[in-house]
Design a protein around this ligand. Structure first.
Ligand SMILES: [Zn+2]
Length: 94
């Protein structure tokens, strides 16, 4: 069951350009419904405000889940996940 209203889901989905805000996978295709992610997890004090919500494909959602940090693929050191409102995609994933 979604924690978000249909209006909020439509707002987040449209703002995202109908694609995952982390990997840019389009919503059209084999996956019918993308989850809405809390960029800053609720457990870490993140809000339900639109500025803290991101459209997320199931793959990215399962990897990020309720974390704000993940291991750097090269160093293994904890690094902050991409933030769709604060980071530039091409720079973050360069
Ligand atoms: Zn994704």
């Amino acid at each position: 069951m979604s924690a978000f209203s249909a209006a909020r889901r439509a707002e987040v989905t449209t703002r995202a350009g109908f694609r995952c805000e982390y990997c840019h996978l389009p919503t059209r295709g084999p996956v019918a419904t993308f989850p809405i992610d809390h960029v800053i997890p609720k457990a870490a004090g993140g809000s339900n405000e639109p500025s803290n919500l991101a459209l997320t494909c199931p793959h990215c959602d399962s990897h990020k889940w309720a974390a704000a940090l993940g291991p750097d693929p090269e160093s293994g050191e904890p690094v902050r996940f991409f933030h769709p409102r604060e980071d530039v995609w091409d720079e973050h994933f360069a």
